[in-house]
Design a protein around this ligand. Structure first.
Ligand SMILES: Cc1cc2nc3c(=O)[nH]c(=O)nc-3n(C[C@H](O)[C@H](O)[C@H](O)COP(=O)(O)OP(=O)(O)OC[C@H]3O[C@@H](n4cnc5c(N)ncnc54)[C@H](O)[C@@H]3O)c2cc1C
Length: 425
């Protein structure tokens, strides 16, 4: 017989640590098992956290959380080798809706919250698989160790090997995931403020499409931190084979693009990381989000909203962790942790923004995986504006310039794609 806890959590990311903190603060004996050197060491993300979930969980977060900058500017750029078109949104109000952060620091902060509530967090222990007896998950196996618990919360992220090895989820197919690579580049606070036209503590979130991925489905992002910027590329895995260079060279080319070169000038590369990310939301969920003795949360459950210009995973991970904890408390009150008692988790998810939003955008990935969006349209917009702004004595109306520059796109393509984008994103 191995160790026994009330709840075992697999993975110390935003989902697992939120579930652990919530349960430990209610007196449950909670063990969190993390395979990384410490919580946060394996987590990768672009750089922005939507703060609405923190209002409920940690009302003091504005003072306490490791916030880099509060996002005041948002930019979307369609970029070719030699031209680019940008939509630039600014507001004078920084309303504490989202902030840039290092996920490592943020997860460390969540870890402190979970540990000070009484959760036990062990690192450098990879869980191999779940222990299943008579169809019920009764614990986890890690090497020679067996840890038993009433409930296991699976928060292992997108690399959901524990679920797969335990027969609770199939292997993720490539069209459901993307590969993200990210660099952190050090610049002084003044350089960032000047280059992005920001004041201290104000941030920018920027997504770019077209040239950064060699016109394949995916995109690039730039986020401003206090004294560094994060810059990265996300490429749909199912298009990886069409890429003519390795993805690490792609990010280098992006950095050397004439527009980006100016922004990163004099910067020092501090860090490089790569990670998979789900892009298909609930289409990538395992067949069941709960069962006898277990619940699935965060990326492992497919809870990531990817709308091309918005990537949200951390708030979904934390909310699903919180709801998993609530479900465990309710199941505890009923005295059972079987599938029926834990089905309250499904109900709570349905009532929360997690499934409401993810289901609303269920078809977004089918629209976003369309290669035309990243190639033909990016080129068309840039060529069209270039022609329109060129004055050479030829009269040019916007409509005729559009027809001149639409390349292989038919008017039917334009109409169909416009409808698909408006209806699904
Ligand atoms: C390039 C990129 C950019 C992104 N940008 C954003 C963004 O700007 N904003 C946003 O909100 N989201 C973003 N995301 C998504 C966000 O990072 C995830 O949605 C979020 O981290 C999910 O949290 P999680 O707790 O479910 O999983 P994770 O953060 O992946 O944590 C899972 C943890 O489980 C551990 N683990 C895995 N397997 C085992 C095992 N067998 N045993 C023990 N431990 C294990 C891992 O080491 C890890 O610490 C981005 C993702 C990528 C890849």
């Amino acid at each position: 017989m191995g160790l026994k806890f009330d709840v075992t959590v697999v993975g110390a990311g935003p989902a697992g640590l939120t579930a652990a903190q919530q349960l430990a603060s209610k007196g449950f004996k909670v063990l969190v098992i993390e395979r990384g050197k410490k919580p946060g060491s394996k987590n990768v993300f672009g750089g922005r956290i939507y703060a609405h979930v923190l209002d409920k969980l940690y009302p003091e977060y504005v003072k306490e959380a490791p916030v880099e900058r509060w996002v005041r500017r948002e930019r979307i750029t369609m970029m070719t080798e030699d031209s680019w078109t940008t939509l630039d949104f600014e507001t004078t109000k920084v309303e504490h809706r989202s902030f840039t952060a290092y996920l490592t620091n943020f997860v460390e902060w969540l870890d402190k919250k979970a540990e000070s509530a009484g959760a036990v967090v062990v690192s450098e222990v990879p869980v191999d698989k779940l222990i299943i007896k008579d169809g019920k998950v009764v614990g986890v196996r890690a090497g020679n160790d067996e840890i038993y618990s009433d409930v296991t919360i699976i928060a292992e992220g997108i690399n959901r090997l524990v679920l797969e090895r335990s027969g609770l989820a199939p292997k993720l197919s490539p069209e459901l995931v993307a590969l993200g690579v990210k660099e952190v580049i050090k610049l002084s606070r003044e350089e960032i403020n000047e280059r992005f036209n920001l004041d201290d503590d104000e941030g920018m979130a920027w997504v770019l499409a077209g040239y950064p991925t060699h016109y394949l489905p995916g995109g690039a992002f730039i986020y401003t931190n206090k004294e560094a910027i994060t810059l990265g590329i996300v490429l749909y895995l199912s298009y990886g084979y069409q890429l003519d260079i390795p993805i690490n060279e792609l990010i280098e080319e992006f950095r050397l693009h004439p527009m980006i070169k100016r922004i990163v000038k004099g910067g020092q590369l501090l860090e490089y990381s790569a990670h998979l990310t789900p892009v298909a939301g609930v289409n990538a969920s395992p067949p069941s989000l709960y069962g006898d003795g277990y619940l699935v949360t965060g990326d492992a459950a497919g809870f990531l909203l990817h709308l091309g210009i918005i990537i949200r995973g951390v708030d979904f991970a934390m909310e699903s962790g919180r709801l998993a904890a609530e479900a465990v408390v309710k199941a505890h009150d009923s005295g059972k942790y079987d599938k029926e008692s834990l089905s309250i988790y499904g109900k709570l998810l349905e009532e929360s923004f997690v499934l409401r939003e993810l289901k609303t955008f269920r078809n977004a990935h089918k629209v976003l995986i369309e290669p035309r969006l990243y190639s033909d349209y990016v080129r068309m917009i840039n060529t069209m504006l270039k022609r329109y702004f060129e004055v050479d004595g030829t009269p040019r109306k916007l409509g005729s310039t559009l027809l001149e520059t639409k390349g292989n796109l038919t008017l039917l393509d334009l109409a169909k794609d416009a409808i698909r984008v408006v209806m699904n994103l």
